[in-house]
Design a protein around this ligand. Structure first.
Ligand code: PRP
Ligand code: URA
Length: 212
């Protein structure tokens, strides 16, 4: 696998452990949802480590001091529907004041091409750090289209977070949008003939929402 300098792979043992629990076909909806949220929180911790700080004055019970707080740019979390929704609460637990946009895309089951059905972003989007989330980066088509859409609306500072990626998707996304930062929970082996990630975890949306 080529090295892309805009891609960060998670190495934390807690993330690895939780992803292994997600993969297990016997993990039920309830636990699956909880794990997706927890992994999103742990990945978010890494993805947001460059948030700018500024010193502000605070009065402690002892004295007044200058102390750092998150500065400037506000955060927008943009899940790709449906499965991305499962990651929102985890990221929100880190930045409760974040605004939330939604992008609706589904993959055609035969062509694997993404189709857009919804887009609503918080404004002004151009002033925000935008975290696009989707548990699965398979062919990369959905993530590429979602980010293209956000850029068309004026979004600039964009990060993409996924839980499992296929090498094909990482390459395609990284080449299509070399200016964004990509955070990957685990890089899996390949795609199968149905463009599912192997070993993967199956259909993330169905497992989060208990459909099928
Ligand atoms: C899944 C997944 C991604 C997309 C990844 O969504 O959540 O959005 O497929 O595949 P790609 O990288 O090949 O585009 P799906 O289209 O199944 O919709 P859903 O979330 O509503 O189930
Ligand atoms: N979407 C999923 O939910 N799972 C995959 O393996 C590929 C795309």
């Amino acid at each position: 696998m080529e090295n892309f300098n805009n891609v960060t792979y998670m190495t934390h043992p807690l993330i690895k452990h939780k992803i292994s629990r997600l993969r297990d076909k016997n993990t039920g909806t309830n636990e699956f949802r909880k794990l997706v949220e927890e992994i999103a929180m742990l990945e978010g911790f890494e993805a947001l480590k460059d948030l700018p700080l500024e010193d502000v004055e605070v009065e402690t019970p002892i004295e007044t001091c200058m102390t750092p707080m998150i500065a400037g740019r506000k955060l927008a979390i943009v899940p790709i529907l449906r499965a991305g929704l499962g990651m929102v609460e985890g990221i929100l637990s880190l930045v409760p004041s974040a605004k939330i946009g939604h992008i609706g895309l589904y993959r055609d089951e035969e062509t694997f091409e993404p189709h857009e059905y919804y887009c609503k972003l918080p404004s002004p989007i151009e002033e925000r750090t935008i975290v696009v989330c989707d548990p699965m980066l398979a062919t990369g088509g959905s993530a590429i289209d979602a980010i293209t859409m956000i850029k068309k609306h004026g979004g600039k500072n964009i990060k993409f977070m996924c839980i499992i990626a296929a090498p094909e998707g990482v390459k395609k996304l990284s080449e299509a949008h070399p200016d964004i930062q990509i955070y990957v929970g685990n890089l899996d082996r390949c795609l199968n003939e149905n463009a599912y990630i192997c070993p993967g975890l199956g259909d993330a949306g169905d497992r989060i929402f208990g459909t099928k």
